[in-house]
Design a binder for this molecule. Sequence first.
Ligand code: BG6
Length: 485
Amino acid sequence: MASRVIPVQPFDLVIFGGTGDLARRKILPALFRRYCAGQMGAEARVIGAARADMDDAGYRDFARAAITEFSADSAYAHTHLDDFLARLGYVTLDAGGDEGWGALKKTLGEGERIRAFYFSVGPSLFGDLAARIETHGLAGADARVVVEKPFGRDLASARALNSALARHFDETQIYRIDHYLGKETVQNLMAIRFGNMLFEPLWNSQYVDHIQITVAESGGVGARGEYYDKSGAMRDMVQNHIMQLLCLTAMEPPAKYDPHAVRDEKLKVIRALGPIEPADVVRGQYEGSESLPSYQSEVGSDETDTESFVALKARIGNWRWAGTPFYLRTGKRLRARASEIAVVFKDAPHSIFGADAGRHRNILTIRLQPNEGIEMGVTIKEPGPGGMRLVDVPLDMTFSEALGPDAADVPDAYERLIMDVIRGDQTLFMRGDEVEAAWEWTDPIIEAWEASGTAPCTYAPGSAGPDDALALMHRDGRRWREIRT
Ligand code: BG6
């Protein structure tokens, strides 16, 4: 089933930090793929802006190398690449000074086109960039700014960033990226919940025993040790990506699929989250093995207490979810790269088959990655003449099998999100109050760790995390699902 491509209007996209890692790995390859798909038209322009001394031709070489490395699988690379590169330009510019801004203004010209500014730089530069865009008269009422995570490292810093941006831009112009919202299957969560009659009547504490959200990674921190060690899994994954998954799983049906309605409902979920007791959260840090370095050696410190794993039990204090815990876990260097949301339903109220039939439960699993799809565990009779014995089997739908080979070629999250910026659709971006509410919930958890001074539990590489995380569920008479692809 080929996806329908609706071209966006002509636009100018300025990438501040245009020679950085994100531009190289994600933004330029994503734009190239949208160009090949016919969604970004030939009138569009992409202008890299950074401190490096470079001209247009140099930037095109940089982009060619990036696309060849990160979009090499694109079937169109050999036919469309030169055309795409002709849409690129470059301006040497100092975000904190005045150098280059006149040249950028001249390059942009006066046209009536959609204008977007991508802040692919550290958050310390957001305020400077926003101010200079305004003083140099680069942004009309229709301009957009795109900002990346980390959006602050606590509530106070997130508030400071929000107000720095708000001095120059309206909230309707600010696009805060959480790339999980651009993932096809994360959007599918909304389609599954609100496009079907089947699930919503059961989607509450009356029928759901608990929900597990797992985002497991098999890789370690790698070259990002310096950033990661100041952040840790709670700030890097839970406050943003896992929070978004939790919100989309738990929120009330919005009245319509639009930025206000969807984000209002997500915000209500965050605000309904109860405080986390210290006993309900486990932090972990991976050890090394013969072939793999430990977390501490990867970040170059044998004293660091930063967590590479978190598991916690969250409660949502509202009518729908009172009494149904949400168990969340994420970590690096785990058994597999596997992310899923598992909705575990309660036992049938009475077993007509007697105790020997065992305990059977329906579990709806939404697999985010890899093998995107949904699986419904149902209980049936075990085949054979052995009497009425029950067994659980999966009703399994892998999207690429159900929808044909095109569905396997899922666009990268950045492709979707950048096109949404140009279309002016903020539904899949975080609103300022949402980000602040998420920090408001996360901050006390981090503060409690810091105050306790306890080190994270260690776990073996390739495991399911520390034993304490298993105990977190065992003591409730439940257990984590296996981490597997
Ligand atoms: C990033 C985190 O936001 O998300 C990384 O900073 C993490 O630490 C990554 O590895 C996971 O994203 P994905 O798309 O690979 O699941």
